[in-house]
Design a protein around this ligand. Structure first.
Ligand code: SF4
Length: 526
């Protein structure tokens, strides 16, 4: 792992307050999702349906995009194609210059984050005004989003109240959530006036009707897309679906998987600019279709599954790594399991290949993914691609993390494992040299927490005996300086408390003579 990612993860582990906030929020979202799908059979059927719809769209992507373009133009929209983020930013700036806009109202859009639009607008003297509450909070704090559906999930209301008091004139004295949202609402309403350009993302684009679907809970998406004269919608090319009747199952999966809601407060279906006789809506509507590496991803039959994603965030909410680190640790726009497969493919394995290693491969993400993306299998594939020799693969940066020394080491390991007697000799030798193993295993021994201790509370502190290792609970600060050797010695002294299944037996059972084999297994387990 590079120093940059290691430092970023280390810093995230040190932000205790943010970690507690994230964990609490993720536990809440997991519980809500569970409640939203009470019937397991229905859920599995819906997931099959979701997978089929999205898989079909990705397989027919070029023709669906052409159909979408035709129908959008027929509806009065202007359609723009952008190969890269730079091109997409250039198109947005051109539209804004033509309309004379000095500020841009922004609804929530992960694609605009991917484009780095805010920085580009600021560099051109155009003010980006975030209208989503979470986005507004992180914009005021000068931070990137930490979750794809809840950008400010790492902050609690006390931090937000402090931030508002510092940055917003309407901020209340108290910290009640109602007062904070009212202050944000008042601030945003004042900003909606006088800005004549708005930008939004797109959740799904329907090819057969040329309709853009946008889901949201705050009404800011509707304001940003209807109040200004110019509306710019940005979407990744994979968001297209074939037919309007495919929308309801996808919306059911998206909203329930994301927040546990049966449906979001607002579902906007946008089918063109304001027509003669209509009282609201934009006079110009531009749709920007961003590729940014997606066509390349689609070329690979296995990795193309990445493009089925509907950005619900459920994989992140359930990921044991994300829920303990938070999104900032990844240092990318898309964090968590989806980020770990998407970012290395978008930006190349040379730059982001190590993200595929930030996973335990437990499979929780694949279990909950509403469109059945096999994330662990794709992570394994990307790990392989980043160190593989030349294979003619389409993955950007393929083989970029391969080092000659490591390749030789694995070749040696493969040679050892290919022959049983060689393998036995090797393990005998390794066992004999066991005493030379490092006493400390670095960050691994500092940060993991024991699930058992979470419920039972921290074990009593021991005095003497040189025991420095102690598993910590979630509630207390992380212990530094774990020493596994000391722990092993402690086990061998306190046989009665040994957690090994080979030692624990019912207290009333008659004493048994332990064989040397059992003792050996017990020592290993300890
Ligand atoms: S990978 Fe699946 S679970 Fe994760 S955001 Fe995408 S659709 Fe949701």
């Amino acid at each position: 792992m590079t120093t940059e990612l290691r430092v970023s993860i280390g810093a995230a582990l040190g932000r205790e307050r943010a970690r507690v906030n994230i964990r609490r929020a993720m536990d809440g979202l997991v519980a809500k999702r569970l409640k939203a799908f009470p019937d397991a059979e229905e859920l599995e059927q819906l997931r099959d349906q979701g997978r089929a719809i999205r898989g079909h769209a990705v397989a027919r992507l070029p023709e669906l995009l052409e159909e979408l373009e035709r129908n959008c133009i027929r509806n009065g929209m202007e359609v723009h194609w952008a190969e890269t983020s730079d091109e997409a930013n250039g198109i947005v700036l051109d539209i804004l210059r033509r309309s004379g806009a000095r500020a841009l109202l922004k609804g929530k859009s992960m694609v605009s984050e991917e484009m780095g639009l805010n920085a580009r607008l600021a560099a051109e003297g155009i003010e980006p005004v975030e209208t989503d509450l979470g986005e507004l909070i992180i914009q005021l704090a000068g931070e990137p989003p930490s979750h794809i559906i809840a950008p400010a999930v790492h902050k609690d209301r006390h931090e937000i109240a402090d931030l508002f008091r510092e940055r917003l004139p309407e901020a209340p004295a108290g910290e009640r959530i109602e007062d904070l949202t009212a202050a944000a609402r008042a601030y945003m309403r004042s900003r909606f006036q006088g800005i004549n350009a708005g930008l939004s993302g797109v959740n799904f684009a329907v090819a057969e009707t040329g309709t853009l679907c946008l889901v949201e809970n705050e009404g800011n998406g509707r304001m940003s897309t209807t109040a200004p004269d110019v509306h710019i919608a940005v979407m990744g090319i994979e968001k297209v679906i074939a037919r309007l009747d495919q929308l309801p199952p996808l919306l059911t999966l998206l909203t329930r998987s994301a927040t546990g809601q049966p449906i979001t407060t607002y579902v906007n279906l946008i089918s063109g600019p304001r027509r003669p006789g209509e009282k609201d809506g934009p006079r110009e509507l531009h749709l920007i279709l961003l590729d940014n590496g997606r066509s390349r991803i689609r070329q690979d039959p296995e990795l193309a599954a990445t493009l089925r994603c509907i950005r619900c965030g459920a994989c992140m909410n359930h990921c044991p790594v994300y829920t303990r680190l938070g999104g900032h640790a990844y240092g990318t726009v898309y964090p968590g399991p989806i980020g770990s497969i998407l970012e290395p493919q978008l930006q190349g394995l040379g730059l982001r290949g190590e993200m595929a290693e930030v996973s335990t491969l437990c499979g929780a993400c694949a279990e909950v993914c509403p469109v059945r993306i096999p994330i662990p299998a794709l992570l394994n594939r990307l790990r392989h691609e980043s160190v593989a020799g030349r294979t003619g693969s389409q993955v950007a940066g393929q083989g970029s993390r391969r080092t000659r020394a490591e390749a030789r080491l694995w070749a040696l390991w493969s040679w050892v494992c290919a022959n049983p007697s060689r393998y036995r000799s090797f393990t005998r030798l390794a066992t004999a040299l066991r005493a030379m193993q490092p006493a400390r295993l670095g960050p691994w021994t500092r940060h993991p927490r024991s699930p058992a201790n979470r419920t039972q509370g921290p074990p009593p502190a021991r005095s003497g005996g040189g025991v420095r290792y102690r598993v910590v609970s979630d509630a207390e600060p992380l212990t530094q300086g774990a020493d596994l050797r000391s722990d092993r010695r402690r086990h061998s002294r306190s046989r009665g408390q040994c957690p090994s299944p080979y030692r624990s037996r019912p207290s009333k059972a008659p004493p048994r003579r332990s064989s040397s084999r059992t003792r050996r297994r017990c020592r290993r387990a300890c």
